[in-house]
Design a protein around this ligand. Structure first.
Ligand code: SAM
Ligand code: SF4
Length: 331
């Protein structure tokens, strides 16, 4: 079975935000005094599992758990264990995570045990003080220990860095050398205008076309067709032998090949990261024990997946393009 949207795109990739909470407060993602959802609004782990299962039955082959910070959700490993049975049957091809790495040292071997083969770890700087500044609360040492543990457990790690003007642009080549030196791919991401933060996003926004131009002064970048199911466009870097991906929602519209939808921890389905239209799945999920209503609500929502987003960052639009934070729908 497959889910096909109105533009003929086959939807086989689901991202699930299992919590909106986080043990960091990255400045581009959240305000320091971020207010989280009341616990009673969250789907239980059993409900999340049921949702995932229905999506897998409807053709989802790749599932990514994200957040907030997915590994701070209480008993999250229970959900991972339950979902991983679909890996065993072959119905699901891949179960992955996007994590800030803070709890990875604790969970890495259990994740590997559940069939998690690849994870993305977000890391914007290798300088402990800058790391503390950008995450407000984070400890770089713990994240590095988490990456060590994941690699030791045989999990492939990709480093995700948000490119931030005057913060880490000069450091990106160094982070890339470090990542490639450890056998990790790296992806750089443009900041997206999602949710109110304390600063001005035009001060943070760095078009990746500029970054690429700068990198090309010192490195030989060759475009390759490599795909991981996500929106990154990859190059190989001759000098390091590694791969570098660019996620450019602002400078390059990546919507035409979009195969993804996202669910929040309250069971809201977003058909596009950059649009406000959404479908409530918690109602149909709770309305009956069978999955008929839920399945119909999903079909109806996929039937109105939009063609693309309309993110803009400029000084005239002084408001975020979408009002929810990235931590609601996950990266
Ligand atoms: N807490 C986990 C983490 O940091 O990896 C998972 C959730 S986080 C919202 C997912 C990704 O979104 C991270 O790589 C983060 O850097 C990125 N992100 C958060 N806010 C963003 C924004 N406004 N623009 C671009 N990327 C953003
Ligand atoms: Fe937390 Fe990830 Fe947002 Fe940072 S980017 S505050 S780690 S959810």
């Amino acid at each position: 079975m497959t889910m096909i949207d109105p533009f003929g795109r086959s939807i086989d990739y689901l991202r699930v935000s299992v919590t909106d909470r986080c043990d960091f407060r990255c400045t581009y993602c959240m305000a320091e005094d971020m207010v989280f959802l009341p616990k009673k609004d969250l789907l239980s782990l059993e409900e999340l599992e049921r949702l995932c299962t229905v999506f897998i039955e409807k053709g989802v082959k790749k599932l990514r758990l994200t957040g907030g910070e997915p590994l701070v959700r209480k008993n999250v490993m229970h959900l991972v264990r339950q979902v991983s049975r679909h890996l065993e049957t072959g119905a699901l091809e891949e179960l992955t995570f996007t994590t800030n790495g803070s709890q990875l040292a604790r969970f890495a071997s259990e994740l590997a045990d559940c069939g998690v083969k690849r994870i993305n770890v977000s890391l914007d700087t290798l300088d402990p003080e800058k790391f503390r500044a950008i995450t407000r609360w984070g400890d770089l040492g713990k994240v590095i220990a988490g990456i060590d543990a994941a690699q030791a457990a045989g999990i492939k790690v990709k480093i995700n860095a948000v490119a931030l003007k005057d913060f880490n642009d000069a450091e990106i080549p160094g982070i890339m050398r470090w990542a490639h030196g450890r056998g990790m791919d790296m992806t750089v991401i443009e900041t997206m205008p999602m949710g109110d933060i304390e600063g001005d996003r035009t001060d943070q926004y760095l078009p990746l076309s500029l970054l690429r131009g700068k990198l090309e002064r010192d490195f030989t970048l060759t475009d390759i067709p490599f795909k991981t199911g996500g929106p990154a466009r990859y190059v190989t870097v001759a000098e390091t032998g590694g791969r570098l991906g660019f996620i450019t929602p602002m400078t390059h519209n990546f919507c035409e090949s979009c195969n993804r939808v996202r669910i929040t921890c309250t069971g809201t389905l977003y058909m596009c990261l950059g649009q406000d239209d959404a479908a409530d799945l918690r109602g149909p999920l709770r309305a009956s024990e069978g999955n008929e209503l839920l399945s119909r609500a999903i079909d109806e929502a996929i039937g109105r997946k939009p063609k693309g987003h309309d993110f803009v960052i400029d000084r005239r639009t002084n408001r975020p393009s979408v009002s929810r934070h990235m931590s609601v729908t996950g990266g």
